[in-house]
Design a protein around this ligand. Sequence first.
Ligand code: F6R
Length: 614
Amino acid sequence: MCGIVAAVSTRDIVPVLLEGLRRLEYRGYDSAGIAVLEPVDAKSELRRLRAAGRVAELAGQVQAQGLAAYTGISHTRWATHGAPTERNAHPHVSGGLAVVHNGIIENHEEIRARLKAAGSVFTSDTDSEVIAHLVAFNRKSSVSLLSAATQAVAELEGAFAIALLCESDPEAVVLARKGAPLLIGLGEGENFSASDVSALVQVTRRVIYLEEGDCAELRPGSVRIVDARGTEVERPVHVSEMTAQAVELGPYQHYMQKEISEQPGAVAATLETVIGAQSLQPGLFGADAEALFKDVSSVQIIACGTSYHAGMVARYWLESIARIPTSVEIASEYRYRDSVPDPTGLFVTISQSGETADTLAALEHARTLGYRATLTICNVPESSLIRQSRLRFLTRAGPEIGVASTKAFTTQLAALFLLTLVLARLRGKLDRHAEATYLQALRHLPAALQHVLAAEEKVAAWAKDFASRQHALFLGRGIHYPIALEGALKLKEISYIHAEAYAAGELKHGPLALVDQDMPVVAIAPSDTLLEKLKSNLQEVRARGGRLYVFADRDAPIGDEEEAVRIIKLTDHAGPLSPILHVLPLQQLAYHVALVRGTDVDKPRNLAKSVTVE
Ligand code: F6R
């Protein structure tokens, strides 16, 4: 989704803004822009450049115009209100004032009507432009840009992160945050702001996360923050662990390729604190976890997209190992449904970014339904979900830049397996021997993942068959059905091939009608108790001339390859951890198909990394 980078310094900050925007490209966007206060004689002049396209185009314009300044704001826009054109790109201006905005202003129509009547001239179709005119209007009667902004923010409904600057106060950038992430980066004699820390690792790792309702004023030598009640406040300074190297591509062609290959290390890092342990402690999930987990009667899991698939896998573990009733639901459905809550249950949200608007709203909804025990599994420390949940588990995947989630997914699964074991032990469903066996399997997991990755060449060879197809089916059974769903999601989002997944037993209830010699059918076929059933389903495909692509375990009693049946054998069957292994070749398949088709692997069209709007 949209990204903000802002800076105020005593040196030229234009290169910092452009580099920050490049580092936010992964969030997904369709236009970009910059506004700076350029020193002209003794005054400052607002200059704005915008491009309907990539940051590289904007950078070209900046170079051609020789833009240089000490104060500036910049933006990548993911269109919501108004097409992705230059006139709708941010920053939006009103006189000598410019603003960039992430989120949605829900009451923009009424504010626009009022300001138009008062003489403001609007030049875009966006909801965001009202902010520029509203602050400019307030500025006429307020003592400072900050107070004009706080007054405006009090009127705005919806979710937003805002950065603005004004010719009347050329050494200031003003910020506001409500429902969308925004942080301050602290420098020496300069200060910055951005939507996430990856945009600023080039200049600082000392950051302040603005809290809900905060407004702030940045100057080269000072930072002032006021809370929602207008009281001046201090917020803690964090030193981010993110390094510039962690967000660099290195020897890889794409971030997705890098992130797929990082999975053994990411899973090992996520499991680090338990890998040497004899037994699992509830404290892994937070100080209150034991007390809150002890009497939970059920688990309700809420997430979106790939994170939802992780929740679906976890349901199989939680019910079969911890014997606890578990429901999984898509956040955007749950938040508006009249459900029957179990307030004595554990409410779990799963999110890579921790900023997904629907998941945040579902958590809030759960609180109103009476849930007390709330847990978030998330990859971003200090994210909104982490801060709003009572319990938390941080996956340690490191920054995930490719829009298609890969290592975040496998680390979520590792975390959910730990949750299963902890709940199972507290509920008396796990004896010492079983716990030791599972822990041993977890210790072996990074090595097993490395082994599975080694099949890449064979997977890449299959990709050529898929690249010319319009459709594909993915089949799995039991705990591998969500893995089939995840494989189909990966393929459609980065290769744009229409892919559907089914629980293989459902095939003959409808989808079998789609199968002919042009339909590739991918089967996830681990050596579990459902393998024989799955083999019968595959025969149904074979009999209709379908082309089968089977991922099996090393020792799988599964037939020999023939022209229309291709098989890749991965590694030894991993028992309940098998889904974590079997998703890897599906990620590789999607990646290689996208490579052959020449799509934008890391930034697929229309998608955003962090979905901060509803
Ligand atoms: C797909 C993908 C998305 C996200 C979804 C939820 O590859 O990444 O489906 O999983 O948008 O995002 P988070 O996990 O950040 O809540």
